[in-house]
Design a protein around this ligand. Sequence first.
Ligand code: G4P
Length: 531
Amino acid sequence: MSDLTPQVRRRRTFAIISHPDAGKTTLTEKLLLFSGAIQIAGSVKARKASRHATSDWMEIEKQRGISVASSVMQMEYRDCVINLLDTPGHQDFSEDTYRVLTAVDAALMVIDAANGVEPQTRRLLQVCRARNTPILTFVNKMDREVQEPLALMDEIERELNMAVVPFTWPVGMGKTFGGVMDLRERRMRVFSPGEDRNRDDDEIIDGLDNPVYPQRFGADYAHAREGIELVQEAAPAFDEAEFLSGRQTPMFFGSAINNFGVREVLDALVDLAPPPGPRGSLQREVKPDEPKFTGVVFKIQANMDPAHRDRIAFVRVASGHFERGMRLKVVRSGKELRPNTVVSFLSQRRELLDEAFAGDIIGIPNHGVLQLGDTLTEGEQLQFTGLPFFAPEMFRSVEVADPLRTKQLKAGLQQLGEEGAIQVFRPVMGSVLLLGAVGQLQFEVVAHRLEHEYGVKARVMPSRFQVARWVTCDEADGGAKELQRFIDGNAHRVAHDAVNAPTVLVEYAPELRAIEANWPKIKFHALREHA
Ligand code: G4P
């Protein structure tokens, strides 16, 4: 227990994971509305209008300014400060999404009750599972003709390998959706359609067996009752430890567009989702209520305002008390930083932030001092781990059309690389830069941004490489010396990435296996976890 413990305990930091169109935007807006962070419905939707065009990458440019302002939303609800982090929707940006998910303590999974578990949800959930992130489940669109709740439960359990514990249970669906039974409070919240309510004026009927139910809801009630009985016999009881380790998910039913079930989700975030916990670093475990500030950069967004060329580093506070103007050390470079204009992202506005605690996200404008994965401290030598960089699966070489613009190309790629938009490799031999990505769209975005932000027309060409592995060597195996011997011996296929980490690039997987066999002291990594 420290002076900071109460501040830490009242924080909840989460992200919504869902397949496009399941209702993430609608639910986000309703969460903001119910917590009082925004007064007018429709503002998040305005942003969504542009989001629909994510497949049209030309639009990305225009949207960046809008999407960053709303990429972190903070709201106060009951005694809690809730930070909601937005995850980019397009699957080609999955790397970015993975990194955002390292900054949250819980995730809210939104499922379209008609479609059930969809591909993007499955992918995102795998990331959460890998990190044991607790998951709350909201089954949306009950006002439509949807799947049977038991079938949905079964699908989630099977496909996502989690035990589901229903906290509410729907009575009817679509045109005859009557509301939800709260299985813990043993009462019914009656559904009434409408977008405008944000007060608690839902009709409540006490009991799970109240005699008015059969009269009012007829066969739907009888059917729901059967489902509830089955669930109460078969589903496991809610177990906090199982939930906190991501093996059990509480499930809620509702209809975001009708503001129905939203309050329950907010309450569940406060009551069930965990406050910030300790975080791992190379040196030690860092507790959230330690007095000294520490934080990690998990996202960088560059040139949001092309006129100002600013970059904002998104920092998740891991411990301590952040105050505007305090001196911070960038551990990787040893540079000092004194951020005076730190931004927080409340709802649609970007506003100045005075203080922050573990779990909060702060935005530090900078000109390249901060990179993805950087650790910030008050002076301690510390490097947080856990921010993933994936070995790219596609490669292109890149050349500038006008050789006089080579410098601009390098500067542009350096920045885009540090931002994580693409991975940039400098081969040990030769001068042609290599780009690595996990999705084709990334190359298109980079070419577009090079032209519009850095004035460089780049020629992006096929590359023979198909596989990359970061290489390291433990001290016991010869350390830096052995690594250098490897680099010298493989100079034609080794390159350095944005943080100077050596990487071996090959054309075929069997080639990689041969190299691994020839260099037993070298370690080959498909994932790099820190700068
Ligand atoms: P996303 O961010 O996950 O992509 O989804 P979004 O909230 O934009 O919702 C996708 C569509 O589903 C929207 O309709 C939205 O209005 C609708 N929707 C969200 N929640 C509910 C619900 O509880 N019930 C029903 N019936 N529909 C819901 P759209 O037609 O694509 O957009 P719009 O024209 O309504 O804005």
